[in-house]
Design a protein around this ligand. Sequence first.
Ligand code: UT7
Length: 328
Amino acid sequence: MTKITAVITGIQGYVPDYILTNSELENMVDTNDEWITSRTGIKERRILKGENQGTSDLATRAIEGLLEKTNTNAEEIDLIICATTTPDMLVASTGCIIADKIGAKNAFAYDLMAACSGFLYALTTASKFIETETYKKVIVVGADKMSSIIDYTDRATCIIFGDGAGAVLLEPNKEGLGVQDSILKSDGAGREFLHMKAGGSIKPASHETVDAREHYVFQDGQPVFKAAVKNMADVSEEIMLRNNLSAEKIAWLVPHQANKRIIDATARRMGIGDEKVMLNIEKYGNTTSGTIPLCLWDYENQLKRGDNLILAAFGGGFTWGAIYLKWL
Ligand code: UT7
């Protein structure tokens, strides 16, 4: 019997129009373009403006483009998994809202929360539904309106994040293309260094939590940076070894875009040159669940059938992981 694999048959991204530049940030907090560029590699990020605009709007725009591009009717979709850290609301799920907005009447949908590793977790989960022949058309969307949870008075955090979404269509393949392997990891002890203090069940919203600015992302950058460098490089090396992949055999590293220095360290450990590393952090910043599909979207024209790709991420939780896939 031929093995069924889950292959990406379409990719589409969406970023909002508004560009928040380093120079605009200079007017908001005590920072400068030189510091941001040298410490992170970021020049600008996109921000979703306007009333009643949330993560589902970013995701919906990406998915509408995806459906058009792949000539797919929304009613053909079996499942939508939305990786997000910034759901439209806690009840109902953003996946359900997206399904309603795009008219995916026959799909069931849910959210998956794994911070910056969300897209990898969701892609791995979705691929199992395809490999087991449970479903034939699954959309995985990574979408975050990070500007909704960022404190624009905290200079160490606000310079990093931006808004955006990327979506892929996953379908069965009998030629051995698509998702080959994945390694996913987590360590909840890391929550000390990256979390949002209030708004959840431990500390529901109150006047006090708002006054204390506890509804924003708290990040202690240094320990997160160290853990990201170590774990993203470790897991990328592990997936290479497990699949007998030398650096020469890898066409592209598709890294989560949190900090160019973390990306460089991962590529160095894998022995991969800069020319094989997807990078768009300079124009979008860290869009959390959106970074990896937005990279694939930006580099789509350079991807060839059979290319070996390593996707790698590290984020809040802590969560991290790597996926090995062959491009269609
Ligand atoms: O994607 C989810 C996972 N998140 C990450 O992977 C992020 C990991 N962390 C990082 O990328 C980095 O830690 C940051 C970019 C957040 C910060 O860079 P850093 O090189 O670790 O800086 P730092 O926090 O150690 O701060 C160094 C100095 C401090 O000043 P002093 O104490 O040395 O006088 C900060 O106050 O830089 C100062 N600083 C800034 N200066 C200008 C912090 N933020 C800024 C700023 N502009 N925006």
